[in-house]
Design a protein around this ligand. Structure first.
Ligand code: ADP
Ligand code: MG
Length: 303
């Protein structure tokens, strides 16, 4: 189990991470979310032992994770880290990059392992291609496969699908997260994309003001968004009478006290997001149909 206790870190005078405590069990998936600059990448780097913490401890099972002050070489065999900026070997192929740290002693096993990982990250068609010729998204997938090559017990992923286009993202996400679960590899995933979290993460930790705002299951936090920050992560919402109401919790009805005037209908695929005005305030709701400008509608909130 990853055990983080009262972790505090700063690059200079102002702390970036203040007094963080949390755990990740073997095979568990923890998402770290928070606004840009909230310290997600920093947290992963400190967990990996890239920096010395100011205070607190980090353990994986019995082993304490220590920073460069205590370790000549950064990192541990049981833990892998895929940074937001990945460094690969540009002049060798995808296969060779992924197999880079695997032993050549059993060439057949090595080949099988590399082929398996290439399948997980869906790079079969460029296996023999030199990495320098790949797109950013393809490189990101090579970095991911290389980190998995030696079967770590825990992997730290920093926005792992950020460079990957939408055509590929969904299936790749399923493939990678399924692989991690099947192989009981714990993962800590920094992300600002709810699609990386919903359906995959066991827990979701929200960083805000250098601290852990909440740490709970995505389902619980979705149903009980305590703050606008949490609600905003999941989608469009309103604050009505100090209560957070998601756009999908408001419907158009025949008659009600809540009267709105439509200002815009945004096509969103299987629904429209409608921007309306109630008194002087903007209210967003989802609707099957679009409404033209200044249509008057009655709304009902159903939580
Ligand atoms: P996130 O990944 O959530 O966007 P970061 O961990 O990258 O956030 O950054 C957190 C804060 O630490 C930001 O204020 C950022 O400017 C600062 N920071 C990040 N890296 C460094 C560094 N190497 N030196 C000094 N400050 C840094
Ligand atoms: Mg970051």
């Amino acid at each position: 189990m990853l055990q983080v206790k009262q972790l505090t870190f700063s690059y200079n005078d102002t702390p970036v991470l203040k007094d963080l405590s949390f755990q990740v069990k073997p095979g568990e998936h923890l998402s770290i979310i928070g606004e840009s600059g909230s310290g997600k990448s920093t947290l992963l780097k400190v967990l990996y032992g890239e920096y010395d913490s100011l205070k607190g401890t980090i353990f994986w099972k019995e082993e304490e994770i220590l920073g460069p002050k205590h370790n000549l070489v950064i990192g541990y065999n049981f833990m892998k880290y895929v940074a937001q900026e990945f460094d690969l070997m540009p002049f060798i192929s995808v296969e060779e990059n992924i197999g880079k740290f695997l032993s050549n002693f059993y060439p057949e096993e090595k080949q099988k392992r590399v082929a398996e990982l290439i399948k997980v990250v869906e790079l079969e068609n460029v296996a023999k291609t030199k990495v320098k010729l790949l797109s950013g998204g393809q490189k990101q997938r090579v970095a991911l496969a290389r980190a998995l090559a030696k079967q770590p017990e825990i992997i730290l992923l920093d926005e792992p699908f950020s460079h990957i286009d939408n055509f590929k993202k969904q299936s790749l996400r399923r493939s990678v997260f399924k692989y991690l679960k099947e192989n009981n590899i714990a993962c800590v995933v920094a992300t600002h994309d709810k699609e990386d979290v919903l359906g995959y993460a066991d827990k979701m930790l929200v960083l805000n003001n250098h601290k852990i705002a909440v740490n709970n299951t995505p389902e619980y936090l979705y149903k009980n968004p305590e703050t606008p920050l949490i609600a905003a992560f999941f989608g469009e919402f309103n604050v009505i009478n100090n209560e957070i109401i998601y756009a999908h919790q408001i419907q158009v009805v025949e008659k009600s006290e809540l009267k709105a005037t439509v200002k815009h209908s945004y096509f969103k695929g299987n629904y429209y997001l409608v921007e309306s005005i109630v008194d002087t305030k903007v209210v967003l709701f989802k609707s099957k149909e679009a409404f033209s400008l200044d249509t008057n509608v009655c709304l009902k909130i159903s939580k």
